[in-house]
Design a protein around this ligand. Structure first.
Ligand SMILES: [Zn+2]
Ligand SMILES: [Zn+2]
Length: 410
């Protein structure tokens, strides 16, 4: 087994840098490596683009995260907070919420959830100039409150240091603080009165905003458990299948490329076109690398992981480490399949010899020879082998002896 793997690896690297078994000159090698890099970058860009072709769960259920966080919040102010989030007074924003939700559908496969579109419609109704004015004045008053609070903090800090200076017995004309205790108290009281008046106004404005009919209907919509459960289920389902859909699209991108590279490679090998053999071989390897990476990525997050995880949970309960066991067994199996694929289809000397023999070409260098030529006149390769059964000469690498039909163990 080990020597076989070694042989395959040797073949792999020899194939990557030789034409007709002659080593490649350095300039050609650099050109081919540059082509490889360029194509690899393009393959990954293409994969990235195609994986975003299908609408993502966060695009299909764009209302989900906001709605979810509204439902988990417990503070009193959450109704006002979500209404304020609906108010958007950017004059350069030419699309409303519903249009922005719908934009995800253009140039993408899949549909945006109709409930989320209703959500956006309801939100857009709140976003009118009157409500925007209210929100603006709430913000303004809130800023004033903060201003007064800041002033009060300053006064208290100065008052404390004035007290300390008094205790230390400093004469009052040397004090850095000019504010006397009585004046400070007066100022504090005045500011506090202002703050409480402003706070009352703010709370009235907030109530006004949340009691508007459009706000009430939005809040009622948010509190509708049935609607939310539909969105929640849909989002869950979409998140579960999204990696699988992405892998399917990525395979759709790679598989035709692999098939084309493989058939060009086999054609070139059969005809003995050295340079095309080498380049198609490189392309084949390049198309395989991302496919393997994507499959491994998918195994970690996708539906297969969930599937194995659920089976193990059902069979063995808490023994979740068994998932790693399954992977440890599964990944060598995938490797085995890949190696078998290359052995059977790409590196198969028997298949290659059969093709060349049928076309009267040298088994080694694929150049035309005449029927009955024992040695290739181009590369000097001996074309025959002695049959172990009848001891006549028969073709190398072919399955049966041409004289007695005895199976040749290749
Ligand atoms: Zn030859
Ligand atoms: Zn024989």
């Amino acid at each position: 087994m080990f020597t076989r793997i070694k042989r395959i690896l040797r073949q792999f690297f020899r194939k990557s840098r030789t034409i007709n078994n002659e080593p490649l000159n350095k300039v050609s090698l650099i050109v081919i490596v540059l082509i490889d890099i360029f194509i690899l970058i393009n393959v990954f860009t293409g994969l990235n683009d195609i994986s975003r072709w299908h609408i993502s769960p966060s695009q299909a259920y764009s209302c989900y995260s906001q709605w979810q966080s509204y439902r988990t919040q417990t503070n009193q102010d959450k109704d006002y907070q979500i209404i304020k989030a609906a108010l958007n007074y950017n004059p350069y924003n030419q699309f409303n919420e519903e249009q922005r939700y719908q934009q995800a559908e253009s140039n993408h496969l899949g549909k945006v959830s109709p409930i989320c579109l209703n959500y956006a419609q309801s939100k857009d109704k709140i976003n009118n100039t009157k409500n925007q004015q209210i929100a603006k004045s709430i913000d303004q008053k809130q800023r004033n409150i903060n201003n007064f609070k800041g002033k009060n903090r300053n006064i208290r800090a100065q008052y404390d240091s004035t007290l300390l200076e008094k205790i230390a017995g400093q004469p009052s004309e040397q004090s850095i603080n000019q504010v006397s205790a009585a004046k400070a108290k007066q100022e504090l009281d005045k500011n506090n009165r202002n703050i409480s008046a402003l706070e009352k106004q703010v709370s009235n404005l907030k109530t006004e905003l949340t009691n508007k009919p459009e706000s009430v209907s939005f809040i009622n919509f948010l509190q509708d458990n049935n609607q939310f459960n539909i969105v929640n289920q849909g989002h869950k389902r979409a998140s579960f299948w999204y990696p699988t859909i992405q892998l399917a699209f990525q395979s759709l991108f790679l598989v035709p490329l692999i098939i084309i590279a493989l058939s060009v490679h086999r054609f070139a090998v059969g005809r003995g076109y050295g340079l095309i053999t080498l380049m198609s071989w490189h392309l084949l390897v390049i198309f395989f690398i991302p496919l393997i990476i994507k499959v491994f990525e998918f195994l970690q997050i996708g539906a297969i992981f969930q599937f194995i995880f659920n089976i193990i949970k059902a069979l063995f309960g808490g023994l979740i480490f068994l998932v790693s066991y399954v992977y440890i067994l599964l990944i060598p199996f995938i490797g085995f399949v890949i190696i078998k694929f290359f052995q059977k289809i790409v590196f198969n000397p028997q298949l290659q010899a059969t093709n060349r023999f049928q076309k009267l070409r040298c088994i080694k260098c694929a150049k035309k020879i005449r029927h009955g030529d024992t040695y290739c006149p181009h590369c000097g390769y001996y074309q025959y082998v002695e049959c172990p059964n009848c001891h006549n000469l028969t073709y190398k690498h072919l399955s049966y002896c041409k004289h007695c039909g005895h199976s040749q163990d290749i």
